[in-house]
Design a protein around this ligand. Structure first.
Ligand code: ADP
Ligand code: MG
Length: 701
C-alpha cells in the first residue's frame, strides 16, 4: 500500500479514537501526513551530564543506574514516582509527577518498567537544596541491552508542533514506528541528475533525518532537501503559468483614442509626476500589445497609484471594454468607489460597486449592470470572484494591495472575464524586497512609482502625553488646519481580538470620546464622528462635510486607514498606538501630509510591551514605506505579512522564503530546466500539487 493511502489508524497504539483526533487536530490522516508533520525544533540530548556536574535550574540529560524506587503523594492531588539514580560521580533523585485519578493507577506503567538495577537516561530540569539534587523528569528512555534505538533521550530529539492532547513522547513513538515500517516505500521524485546538480540528499534519508537526525548537519541536509521539494512545486507552478501565458494572445484589442483620457487629464487638479507618466506609458504599452499584460505596480502610500489605475481603466473603456478594480477589504473598495466616482464625475463612464454586505436587491441590480455591459468600471471585493458574477466583456483587472490576492484569484478573475485572457495590473504599497519579488513574482513585469507628488513635506512623527497632544491639536486648528483622532473601538460594547492591553486602563472608543471631547477639551471646536458601523451614504456625507471644513476634528476608527484624502488635514492623532500593526500605522499616517503644509502624526501610548514599543520606535524613525515593510516582515514573519489564507504564496511547511532565499533561487532554475528537458516529469510533479487551478489546466499544455 502506498503511504498516501495507508491510514495512521493501523499503526500500533492508534485506535479509531486517536486517529480521529490526529486527523481533526493535526490534519494527520495517513502515514504520509504523519511523516510530513515536521518537528518545530530539535533538542540536543546527545551527551549525558555527569551527576556531579549538573547545574541547578537547567534542563539537562543524565544517565545512570536505578538504585531505589518509591511512590507517594504530594498533597491531595499529585502522585510521585521516585528513583534514585547513580552514575559513579554522585546520585540524584529522579521524580515523575502525575495527577491522581481515582479510576486507575497513573503510576502503573512507570512501576512496571522502571526497575532497580536497570539503566536509564533522563532529561529534565534540575533542582537542588542543601542535601540533595532532584531532577523533574520530562522524558526518559530505558537502556535496553542492545543500546540502540533511543527515541526520547541520548540523541538529537525532535519536538513537534502539537495540541495539548498529544505528548511529544507519544508522537515521536508514532513517527519512529512509521519510519521503520514505511520509509522504504517513499519513492524518489527527483532524478539523480538533479540531486547531484543541486547537492541534495535522497528523499528517504531526508524524511528519516528530519525526524531523527544523527547530527545537526544531517538535519540541515534533510531540511534542505525537503525545502527544495516544497519550493520546487511552487516554482514549477509559477513557471508553468508563465509559459502558458507567454503563448497567449488577446482576443480583444485596445486602441488609444484619448476620447476620455484627455479630458480626464485636463480635469485633474494636478499634473502627473514624471514617475506616474512613466508607469502609465509602461502600462499602456502592455495594454496595446497583443500579449496579455501581467504587471505589478508598486509605490508607497500617497504616491498616487489610484489615478494610474483609473487611466488604465479609461483606456479599456475607450476601447469598448469593462474593467474591474478589486480591493481586499470592503472599506478599501468603498473608498475607491467614492474616489473614482469623484474623479470621473464629468465623464460618460458608469462606475459600479459591489461588496458582500450589500442588500440582495442592490447586488442583483449591479450583477445585471455587469452582465449587460452597462457598467464600465466595477469596483468591489472578492465577491466579484463569485460564481454568478458574469461580465459582458471584461478586459482589464486591477487588483489593489495584491499580496492579499494570490495566483489562484488572479486566474479565477481571468476565467470570468468572458475572454480567455485579460490584462492584469496588481498594485501594492508594501514593496517587496527586490530579490524576493523577483523570485516570487518572476512571472510579472514590475513598474515602480518612486517619487511622491511635488511639494510634499515629510510628516513629523511624535510621541506625546495626552494633554500636550490636545494642546497641540488646538494650536493647529487655530492655524485653520484639520485633525483626525483615531480610536481602536467604535463603541464600548465592542470586543477586540485578544492583544496585550495597555497598562493604563480600558480602551477608549470613538463614539464615547467624540461625545466626551466635544463637550470638554474641544468644546470650542466642531467635532465630527465617523466609524465602520455607519452606512455608506452616512460616511460619505461626513467625509464630504469634513472636506468642506465643517468639522475641525474628525474622530474615527481605522475606517480612514485607506483611501481618505483631505489635503487640509495636517494632524493624525492615534490613541492606543500600541494596538496597531506597523502597516496600519503607516497607512494611517499616510492620511496626512497630502499638501504643502507641514503635517504631524502623534502617537499616544503608555504601553510597556517591548514589541509594541519597538513598532512605535520604527514609526518614529522613518517614513519610508519600504523600510517599514521590511521591519514589518521582521516582526510578523512572512505568513502574516503576505496575509495567510488569501495569500497566493503557499504556507510552506519547512522552507522559509526569507532565510532560504538561496534554495528558492535554485528551485527556480531547476523548475525552468525541468520544464524544458523533461516536461513529462514536470507535469507529473505538478499533478501531485493539490491545486484546483492546476487540475483544470494541466491537460491544456
Ligand atoms: P496611493 O494609492 O498610491 O497611496 P493615492 O492614489 O491615494 O495614493 O494618491 C494620494 C494623493 O495624492 C491623492 O490625494 C491624490 O489625489 C494625490 N495625487 C496623486 N497624484 C498626484 C500628483 N501628480 N500631484 C499632486 N497630487 C497627486
Ligand atoms: Mg491606494
Amino acid at each position: 500500500m502506498s503511504i498516501e493511502n495507508s491510514p495512521v489508524q493501523y499503526l500500533k497504539g492508534v485506535g479509531e479514537k486517536i486517529s480521529k483526533k490526529l486527523s481533526k487536530q493535526l490534519g494527520v490522516k495517513t502515514v504520509a501526513d504523519l511523516l510530513y508533520h515536521f518537528p518545530r525544533d530539535w533538542e540536543d540530548r546527545t551527551y549525558p551530564t555527569k551527576i556531579s556536574e549538573l547545574k541547578t535550574n537547567q534542563t539537562q540529560t543524565v544517565r545512570g543506574k536505578i538504585e531505589i524506587t518509591s511512590t507517594g503523594f504530594y498533597g491531595k492531588r499529585l502522585l510521585f514516582f521516585k528513583a534514585v539514580i547513580t552514575d559513579g560521580t554522585g546520585s540524584i533523585n529522579a521524580v515523575w509527577i502525575r495527577h491522581y485519578m481515582r479510576k486507575y493507577d497513573v503510576l502503573k506503567s512507570l512501576k512496571d518498567t522502571i526497575k532497580v538495577g536497570s539503566e536509564i537516561i533522563i532529561t529534565g530540569s534540575v533542582k537542588s537544596d542543601l542535601w540533595e539534587k532532584t531532577i523533574n523528569v520530562s522524558e526518559h528512555d530505558l537502556i535496553s541491552n542492545t543500546e540502540e534505538d533511543m527515541t526520547h533521550t541520548n540523541r538529537i530529539v525532535p519536538l513537534y508542533p502539537l495540541t495539548s492532547e498529544f505528548t511529544n513522547r507519544f508522537f515521536r513513538g508514532l513517527v519512529k514506528q512509521a519510519l521503520s515500517k514505511h520509509v522504504g516505500f517513499f519513492s524518489e521524485s527527483l532524478p539523480k541528475k538533479y540531486l547531484e546538480k543541486y547537492g541534495l540528499c535522497g528523499i528517504k534519508q531526508a524524511i528519516r533525518d528530519i525526524h531523527f537526525p544523527g547530527s545537526f548537519a544531517d538535519k540541515e541536509k534533510a531540511r534542505n532537501r525537503l525545502a527544495f521539494d516544497e519550493f520546487l512545486s511552487f516554482q514549477l507552478k509559477m513557471e508553468f503559468i508563465k509559459q502558458k501565458m507567454m503563448k497567449e494572445v488577446k482576443e480583444f484589442k485596445n486602441s488609444l483614442t484619448k476620447e476620455l483620457l484627455t479630458s480626464f487629464r485636463i480635469n485633474l487638479p494636478f499634473k502627473f509626476t514624471p514617475a506616474q507618466k512613466r508607469v502609465i506609458s509602461e502600462i499602456f504599452d502592455d495594454m496595446l500589445s497583443p500579449r496579455p499584460m501581467n504587471r505589478l505596480l508598486q509605490g508607497d502610500v500617497g504616491s498616487g497609484k489610484t489615478v494610474v489605475a483609473v487611466s488604465a481603466m479609461l483606456l479599456a473603456k475607450e476601447s469598448g471594454y469593462q474593467s474591474v478594480l478589486l480591493a481586499p477589504t470592503e472599506i478599501l473598495a468603498e473608498q475607491h468607489f467614492l474616489t473614482v466616482k469623484r474623479l470621473l464625475k464629468d465623464l460618460p463612464v458608469k462606475v459600479s460597486y459591489v461588496v458582500g454586505k450589500m442588500a440582495k436587491s442592490k447586488k442583483l441590480a449591479v450583477k445585471k449592470a455587469i452582465s449587460s455591459g452597462s457598467a464600465d468600471i466595477i469596483i468591489g471585493t472578492h465577491v466579484l470572484l463569485e460564481e454568478e458574477m458574469k461580465f459582458k466583456n471584461l478586459s482589464l483587472v486591477v487588483i489593489d494591495e495584491q499580496h492579499r490576492f494570490g495566483v489562484d484569484q488572479r486566474m479565477k478573475m481571468r476565467k470570468k472575464s468572458g475572454f480567455k485572457t485579460v490584462d492584469l495590473l496588481l498594485m501594492t504599497a508594501t514593496p517587496i524586497p527586490r530579490t524576493l519579488g523577483l523570485t516570487l513574482y518572476g512571472d510579472m513585469s514590475i513598474s515602480t512609482i518612486d517619487e511622491l507628488p511635488p511639494g510634499r513635506i515629510s510628516i513629523k512623527t511624535l510621541e506625546m502625553t495626552e494633554e500636550n497632544a490636545y494642546n497641540f491639536v488646538k494650536e493647529r486648528i487655530r492655524y485653520n488646519e484639520q485633525v483626525f483622532i483615531v480610536y481602536p473601538l467604535v463603541g464600548d460594547s465592542e470586543k477586540l481580538p485578544a492583544r496585550p492591553v495597555r497598562s493604563g486602563g480600558p480602551l477608549k472608543s470613538a463614539i464615547k470620546e467624540a461625545e466626551n471631547l466635544g463637550k470638554t477639551v474641544f468644546k470650542d471646536f466642531s467635532v465630527g464622528l465617523i466609524h465602520g458601523r455607519m452606512k455608506l451614504e452616512e460616511k460619505e456625507k461626513i467625509m464630504s462635510a469634513f472636506a468642506d471644513k465643517k468639522y475641525d476634528i474628525l474622530i474615527s476608527t481605522t475606517v480612514i486607514e485607506v483611501g481618505i484624502d483631505i489635503p487640509n488635514a495636517t494632524v493624525m492623532l492615534i490613541e492606543h498606538a500600541e494596538r496597531y500593526g506597523l502597516a496600519t500605522l503607516h497607512q494611517l499616517r499616510g492620511r496626512v501630509g497630502r499638501s504643502d503644509k507641514q503635517s504631524y502624526c502623534i502617537l499616544l501610548s503608555d504601553t510597556k510591551m517591548e514589541r509594541a514599543r519597538e513598532r512605535i520606535r520604527v514609526l518614529l524613525s522613518t517614513t519610508d514605506g519600504f523600510k517599514i515593510a521590511e521591519e514589518d516582515l521582521r516582526f510578523r514573519g512572512p505568513g502574516e505579512f503576505f496575509g495567510t489564507e488569501q495569500s497566493g504564496i503557499p504556507e510552506f511547511r519547512i522552507g522559509n522564503i526569507f532565510t532560504d532565499m538561496a534554495i528558492l533561487r535554485k528551485t527556480k532554475d531547476c523548475a525552468r530546466e525541468m520544464l524544458m528537458d523533461n516536461p513529462a516529469l514536470a507535469i507529473s510533479m505538478l499533478s501531485k500539487v493539490s491545486d484546483d487551478f492546476l487540475k483544470n489546466n494541466l491537460t491544456t499544455v
